[in-house]
Design a protein around this ligand. Structure first.
Ligand SMILES: C[S@@+](CC[C@H](N)C(=O)[O-])C[C@H]1O[C@@H](n2cnc3c(N)ncnc32)[C@H](O)[C@@H]1O
Length: 290
């Protein structure tokens, strides 16, 4: 039996009949900025859009275990609406994570250029049921003299994860059409979901992604031994998710990020190596560590 479930359709409707109890949700909806989506109007009146987001947050809340988490990603200009949607649907605010982009800032003529996206982290009924304090081993900033002996605890500023862009930096991870163009412009990086799932779940927990897109959340959850449920309105995207899950590619492997987390005290308990390694061929796994 699969550890994951992909459901095609409108998450607002599907959420009403969700049978699973959810421990973590990654919420990465269309940002209502008039992007071309085949089955979604990305140019709704602002009030209508935020009412939908609040309803989604509310339905997720009802299906979440006590202390379970939600990570709601959005543009920084919408921070106040994100926090309001979460608060008014019952969630307890924990952190506002700044995901600092590695690409150049979006220039603005009358204010500062924009270079980050926000991810609001909140939990149901107060204290998180799981919060794994990750210690990361990141490259030293150029003005630092000494290597850190055992990494540093992660903070709420994430500036080490590269978004998938159109250029060569996106590498093999970005899914492409035959003409080389990216299949889905909003495909989230594996490294981002790895960090979120490792922080807020245990092995065997259930992860939900109501706007699954290309299925990055499911791909990572599967490798970490978590169960997952993905909802996606577009049938084209659902096909991509199904293919991505049938045979997880080397470009989607979480193993290449293992070194970044080796100083995390309980890493062995939260990172299921057996499932990740079983998913990849032995030779590939070894070369990833090599
Ligand atoms: C920002 S993208 C998510 C990208 C995803 N995180 C990934 O890594 O690929 C939002 C997705 O939500 C889907 N979508 C839009 N409205 C939806 C709805 N009502 N129910 C389910 N999916 C929806 C869109 O087709 C799009 O793929």
């Amino acid at each position: 039996m699969n550890n994951y479930r992909i459901i095609q359709g409108d998450c607002l409707k599907i959420l009403f009949n969700l049978t699973e109890q959810v421990d973590l949700t990654f919420l990465d909806p269309p940002f209502n900025q008039d992007k071309e989506y085949t089955e979604w109007n990305d140019n709704l009146p602002k009030q209508e859009y935020w009412q939908i987001m609040k309803n989604v947050c509310q339905k997720i809340y009802e299906s979440t275990s006590d202390g379970g988490a939600i990570y709601f990603m959005q543009r920084e200009k919408n921070t106040e609406f994100v926090l309001q949607s979460l608060r008014e649907s019952g969630w307890t605010f924990q952190n506002l994570i700044i995901w600092k982009k590695k690409t150049s800032a979006v220039p603005c003529s009358n204010k500062f250029g924009k270079q980050f996206q926000i991810i609001a982290f909140a939990t149901k009924k107060g204290k998180p049921r799981v919060f794994n304090r990750l210690r990361v081993s990141l490259p030293l900033p150029p003005n630092y003299k000494y290597e850190r002996e055992n990494g540093i605890y992660l903070t709420d500023v994430w500036d080490d994860i590269r978004e998938l862009t159109s250029g060569y930096f996106a590498g093999d991870e970005a899914i492409r059409k035959d003409n080389g163009q990216r299949f889905h412009k909003q495909q989230a990086p594996i490294a981002l979901l790895l960090r979120i799932i490792l922080s807020s779940t245990k092995i065997g927990d259930t992860v939900l992604d109501p706007f699954a897109g290309t299925g990055t959340t499911l791909v990572v959850a599967e490798q970490l031994g978590r169960k997952s449920v993905g909802m996606e309105i577009s049938s084209e995207n659902v096909k991509i998710i199904e293919n991505r899950m049938i045979k997880i590619q080397k470009a989607d492997s979480v193993l290449r990020f293992h070194r970044d987390y080796v100083y995390t005290e309980n890493l062995k308990a939260i990172w299921n190596f057996n499932s990740a390694c079983a998913i990849h061929k032995k030779g590939e796994t070894l070369s990833l560590f090599g």
